[in-house]
Design a protein around this ligand. Structure first.
Ligand code: ADP
Ligand code: MG
Length: 240
């Protein structure tokens, strides 16, 4: 089942003489349990794509379906509820709240969604432990390394019953070891059933995705499907 679908999505910024076509007629579907990587030069529309897919902005035209529901049919409150319950965001600069500990950052979205504080903290602590940060749970963001902060941010994005993960250059500020660790956590979330869209500049990390979408000037110019597995390739060879 496709959890996220963009149909004919166009986004035009500005008015009058200075129109920017940030996205032009984008069609994209992301299945539950699959990872789509988005690549493209600066200004090609990658962040706009994620923002619109995450209902944070409306397209100028076209439709976005999340969990089969068209966003244009939803009220502002409906979209806010969808974001709280179903969509996790990860950004390059972590966006953790400095005044909250790691575990409090992760429990916050649950508490905002009405989960009782103690239950939320318990679930958040389990998520933090799953991510190998159990001993850092009560640390504040400025007491964590970049890689640790991003792991907390991903824990916050996937905690609860989230079904869509949108990550905008999540490894952009990290060294390759931490970048791989972050990508591995995103992949693990997909294997548990989340649909994910990850913007990355790193072709190596992009190659972990089920599909890589290339954007240029707001258009999808290419989509690569993953190479078939070696086993499937060998099975297709004529038997000798
Ligand atoms: P990327 O993430 O690939 O670098 P963006 O999606 O941020 O690209 O931007 C795509 C284009 O849209 C760029 O030309 C950018 O300047 C423009 N743009 C993005 N956001 C806005 C905005 N809020 N107002 C006006 N133009 C914008
Ligand atoms: Mg961007």
């Amino acid at each position: 089942m496709s959890y996220l679908e963009l149909r004919g999505v166009t986004k035009v910024y500005g008015d009058g003489s200075t129109l920017v076509h940030a996205l032009s007629n984008i069609d994209l579907t992301v299945e539950a349990g699959s990872l789509v990587a988005v690549m493209g030069a600066s200004g090609s529309g990658k962040s706009t794509l994620l923002t619109i897919a995450g209902s944070l902005e409306d397209p100028t035209s076209g439709e976005v379906y999340v969990g089969g529901r068209p966003l244009t049919s939803m009220s502002r409150n409906g979209k806010a509820q969808l974001r709280r319950q179903s969509i996790g965001y990860v950004f390059q600069d972590y966006n953790l709240l400095a005044g909250l500990s790691a575990v409090e950052n992760v429990s916050l979205p649950l508490e905002l969604d009405g989960v009782a504080a103690r239950k939320a903290q318990k679930v958040a602590f389990e998520a933090i432990e799953d991510f190998g940060l159990g001993e850092r749970a009560t640390h504040y963001p400025d007491q964590l390394s970049g890689g640790e902060r991003q792991r907390v941010a991903i824990a916050r994005a996937v905690v609860g019953e989230r079904q869509l993960l949108l990550a905008d250059e999540p490894s952009g500020a990290l060294d390759s070891t931490n970048a791989e660790a972050v990508m591995r956590l995103i992949l693990a979330a997909c294997h548990r059933g989340l649909a994910a869209v990850v913007v990355t500049h790193d072709a190596q990390l992009a190659s972990w995705a089920d599909r890589v979408v290339f954007l240029r000037d707001g258009r999808i110019v290419d989509q690569t499907l993953p190479a078939e597995s070696p086993d499937a390739f060998l099975a297709d060879l004529p038997q000798s």
